[in-house]
Design a protein around this ligand. Structure first.
Ligand SMILES: Nc1ncnc2c1ncn2[C@@H]1O[C@H](COP(=O)(O)OP(=O)(O)O)[C@@H](O)[C@H]1O
Ligand SMILES: [Mg+2]
Length: 250
């Protein structure tokens, strides 16, 4: 069996034309291979390009060099919509579609030609502590934390092979964060879904991952999380996430 996902020599050019200040690339020579369902934590200081990389992996942005393959097939030969059913991005700032919460949950399935799994939606809402919500409520009127969890459920209903999670618990309280972590760990186990989860919270990274991807100086290094988190988290934070991260929780 071939790899589930391959990133081959991926690069994104830097917008900045000031050669003195920045390198030509935002990032370059990114290689990775996922050959079995994996839980990946992606860390790195702000502005390194973590969100840009995730968006490229979901074809919401274009790579300037390199190739991406899902189950051995290059993105160049797959329709973007079909690609995004397999590789789904969950944004930090959840965007609700017009209409009710239920419309939001149904629309994504409809757009992708999938039947709407209502009992799964109900179960996921319960697991994320959202069962109090009236599904007829206008989705845009929900709180930031509610929107974030609704958008995660919307993506899970597609049953993607790879979930790209961009700081999805950043606006959640500890209780909701724990529910999201438990749900995703369970989902990974049950469904064999791989996730790549960007987080500034190194304790969270340790809890949820078995591999760690570190973005630094325009490159990506991969570690076993067991090895990476051998060091005290505070030292790792100083070295890799930077002292300016407001959202870092130690
Ligand atoms: N081609 C590019 N695409 C996206 N961002 C770019 C690009 N070139 C330079 N940048 C800059 O690089 C940074 C990338 O930000 P982002 O991907 O959000 O990083 P992170 O998620 O690690 O904080 C931004 O400051 C952006 O202005
Ligand atoms: Mg980001």
């Amino acid at each position: 069996m071939g790899a589930i996902f391959q990133i081959r020599n991926l690069a994104k050019l830097n917008w900045s034309t000031d050669a003195n200040v920045r390198s030509k690339y935002l990032f370059s020579q990114i290689f990775a291979e996922i050959s079995e369902p994996t839980r990946i934590a992606m860390i790195g200081a702000s502005g390194q390009g973590k969100s840009t990389l995730l968006r490229i992996l979901a074809l919401l942005d274009t790579p300037d060099e390199g190739d991406l393959l899902v189950n051995g097939k290059s993105f160049q030969h797959i329709h973007a919509r079909q690609w995004r059913m397999a590789v789904t991005y969950v944004a930090q700032q959840a965007v609700m579609l017009p209409g009710s919460i239920e419309d939001n949950l149904r629309t994504v399935s409809r757009l992708h030609g999938r039947p709407y799994d209502e009992s799964l939606a109900t179960e996921l809402l319960k697991q994320l502590g959202l069962d109090y919500l009236d599904l007829a409520k206008v989705a845009k009127d929900c709180s930031g934390g509610e929107k974030q969890r609704i958008s995660l459920i919307r993506s899970l209903l597609l049953r993607p092979e790879i979930l790209l999670l961009d700081e999805i618990t950043a606006s959640l309280d500890i209780n909701s964060t724990q529910k999201v972590e438990a749900l995703l760990l369970d989902w990974h186990k049950q469904e064999g879904t791989t996730f790549i989860w960007v987080t500034h919270d190194l304790e969270q990274a340790r809890r949820i991952s078995n591999r760690t991807w570190m973005m630094d100086k325009g490159g990506l290094q991969e570690y076993s999380s067991d090895t990476f988190f051998n060091e005290p988290v505070a030292d790792l934070a100083r070295r890799f996430v930077g002292p300016t991260e407001g959202s870092l929780q130690l």
